[in-house]
Write a protein of this length. Structure first.
Lengths: 335, 362
């Protein structure tokens, strides 16, 4: 059987391996962390259905185990070619093709210094909030219930100042989802979403956005927050401009949630230089074609699945797993 | 205690010695002792070589930011200062004014980004003066230099920024001029959001900085706010917003590194007190506003009247008493050589003469 190495054991990587097995190949998943799951391990529920992320993960992991797919965890990749993968420890594994499913990196909110993440206690990121949801401990740092919560969209997305010009796509709907969850936990709280555009591109997203406004009474303000500062009573003062009314706005909130974007992995540059694949201006790896070859790289025998090429939702990543596996299987069978 | 975690990521080269000193146009009027204190501290206390060159001129920054002086002109003026520095055998430019620092930084960045503008400036300078120039090896604001030597000053300190009666650190509002790092964040120590240039001095000398909601807000100088008389309401409104925001934290004093900020935060307290009867300090007084040279001078044991602190609108005596500074109240209005310089009328910001107070809102 032809061996195809899948680099990355997130949802895209797992689905790729499953499909490769269906296609008669011998897949091997290399995961740098101690267990499979990728970023989804840190997520609580998924938009737009509030499906627990753990359900999706458990199902995928179960399928991988039941199919007997070989998995190596704590296996960080240092380099790869179409026919070999070298691990950080120096071991080289031979293969017939490689599927890169290394995902993305969450934007480090500390870079946007004006929001005081890491400095002010009640400024958190969307990833922090998912962790708090999962742990069942959503509260201010002093343990009290927040009475006013603000979400800020596009932190580290569509922002030339931090060299992240691309749209991370899923943060808008994540902001809507998390705002609804906060409203469910704290019905008495006022919840605000500060945005520059709301991009509801997926099935059920627009309906969810409407529900957030009509049923949950979540306020959406078109304007970005310019700065966050502490108040003497431990709250966060935010300044923004409501660009629909053309007026500056200042308010104090109990929690400020920064919806951090998806940025390209730093390792992409190294991989591109070593393997001859190309990167797009955003730093994500560039597929051979955006239309007909979205899961093929510009190098023979190297394929892509998931967010290694651009920000995507969980469902899109899983779909790309199928496509990348089929493309890789077709390639190895023709050789 | 104010939290911060990123100032170390914003560092810049600050020369250790041999400075060419660029004075400020307006500081010598508002705070005449501060520039002298800088020279005295650098030369006398730290043993550094500093040239105070009478040949250098205004940078024309006020005219530039008021759309009176065009870019080509200010670049040529800046080039002339650099030429004078080179002719004097120096290469480390330090400037006393935040606006000038912003101007020099902007001009150097413009030349780096658009080399043809540097060539044109060289031609203009040569045609106008016959001079040629080299760009400085380092450019710093004088507060950068004071920050650079903060530990040495701490080691030589006669006093610390603590309440002499309680031993508690003094609570300090540090205010950074907008043109220090808001234009080019990497040009300032600590960047623009959590600048550390003044906070580093305050902490090294025993004080504690307070973070307050309007910390990053402009003092209100903003050239057009003040130079256009009809806009002056914006100027005082900005200072008012900051003072209202910082007052609940009960700061012992404000320290600023910009000529305009130190003046406006000081003088507008007088105007607000006269207009509304509102004061922001303890016991009905205003909050004293210091320059960083005055703060350093007090730490090093200088006499407050030698530092020119009698020129402040808000009296500094409550702060001096708190720090345990030994001073002669009778000498306050004696200028250099013991000459009486006149005493201002009493003002409500210094807890007296309420007869002139009226509420503008009525």
């Amino acid at each position: 059987m032809k061996r195809v190495i899948v680099i990355g054991g997130g949802v895209a990587g797992m689905q790729t391996a499953l499909r490769l097995a269906d296609d008669g190949c011998d897949p091997l998943i290399l995961e740098k962390e101690g267990e499979l799951g990728g970023k989804l391990r840190d997520w609580y529920v998924l938009f737009p259905t509030f499906t627990p992320a753990s359900e999706v993960l458990a199902e995928l992991k179960g399928r991988v185990i039941r199919r007997g797919i070989e998995v190596r965890t704590s296996a960080e990749v240092a380099a790869f070619t179409p026919h070999s993968v070298t691990l950080a420890g120096g071991e080289t594994l031979a293969c017939d093709a490689v599927v890169v499913a290394t995902g993305f990196t969450l934007f480090d909110a500390r870079i946007k210094e004006e929001y005081g993440y890491g400095i002010y206690d009640n400024v958190v990121t969307s990833a922090d909030l998912e962790r708090m949801f999962a742990e069942g401990r959503v509260a201010k740092s002093d343990g009290s219930r927040p009475r006013r919560i603000a979400f800020l969209h596009c932190v580290g997305s569509r922002d030339e100042k931090v060299c992240q010009s691309h749209c991370s796509r899923v943060c808008c709907i994540t902001g809507v989802k998390q705002a609804m969850e906060m409203k469910r936990l704290f019905p008495e709280a006022d919840v605000f979403n500060f945005y520059m555009d709301i991009r509801m591109f997926g099935p059920g997203y627009e309906e969810m956005y409407r529900e957030a406004q009509q049923r949950c009474n979540i306020h959406f303000v078109r304007g970005r927050i310019s700065e966050a500062s502490p108040t003497i009573d431990g709250r966060i003062q935010i300044k923004a401009e409501d660009t629909l009314t053309g007026r500056p706005l200042k308010m104090s909130v109990d929690m400020l949630v920064l919806l951090v974007g998806m940025r390209a992995n730093d390792s992409n540059a190294r991989f591109a230089a070593q393997s001859g694949v190309e990167r797009s201006p955003s730093g994500f790896l560039a597929p051979k074609s955006l239309f007909l070859d979205g899961v093929r790289s510009t190098a023979e025998g190297i394929f892509y699945a998931g967010t290694v090429t651009a920000p995507k939702s969980v469902g899109e990543c899983v779909c790309e797993g199928y496509a990348a596996a089929d493309a890789a299987a077709e390639y190895v069978k023709e050789r | 205690m104010m939290k911060r975690n990123s100032w170390n990521e914003y560092q810049k080269q600050i020369a250790d010695d041999r400075y060419y000193y660029g004075r400020s146009c307006i500081r010598q009027n508002f705070f005449p002792g501060s520039e002298k204190a800088f020279i005295d501290i650098l030369r006398g206390d730290l043993g550094k070589d500093l040239l105070d060159d009478p040949l250098h001129s205004s940078c024309t920054g006020i005219g530039y930011h008021s759309d009176i002086v065009p870019l080509e002109t200010i670049m040529t003026v800046v080039a002339r200062q650099f030429a004078l520095m080179g002719e004097a055998g120096y290469e480390n430019f330090v400037t006393s004014c935040i606006t000038s620092f912003g101007v020099y930084t902007e001009v150097l960045a413009t030349w780096a980004e658009f080399p043809e503008t540097e060539e044109r400036t060289r031609e203009n300078l040569f045609k106008a003066t016959g001079r040629e120039f080299r760009k400085p090896a380092s450019l710093a604001h004088t507060s950068d230099v004071m920050f650079h030597f903060r530990e040495r000053i701490a080691a030589q300190a006669a006093r610390r920024l603590v309440n002499a009666a309680t031993g508690e650190p003094l609570k300090v509002v540090e205010h950074i001029g907008c043109h220090y790092a808001k234009i080019f964040p990497k040009s300032g120590i600590g960047g623009s959001e959590f600048p550390y240039v003044l906070a580093g001095m305050v902490e090294a000398w025993g004080g504690e900085c307070v973070d307050y909601p309007e910390r990053r807000h402009c003092c209100g100088f903003g050239f057009r706010n003040y130079l256009v008389q009809a806009n002056r309401g914006y100027s005082i409104a900005n200072s008012h917003k900051k003072l209202e925001s910082m007052a609940p934290y009960k700061p012992d004093f404000i320290v600023a590194n910009c000529p305009g900020c130190a003046m406006f935060l000081d003088k507008w307290q007088y105007a607000i007190a006269e207009m509304e009867g509102t004061t922001y300090g303890e016991n009905g007084h205003g909050i004293p506003v210091l320059t960083y040279e005055e703060m350093a001078g007090l730490v090093l044991g200088y006499d407050p009247w030698e530092l020119g602190m009698q020129m402040h609108q808000v009296d500094v005596e409550p702060l001096l008493d708190k720090m345990g500074v030994d001073y002669d109240p009778a000498a306050k209005y004696l200028g250099r050589n013991g000459k009486y310089i006149g005493k201002p009328a009493s003002a409500v910001v210094n807890c007296s003469a309420t007869d002139t107070v009226y509420d503008i809102r009525e």
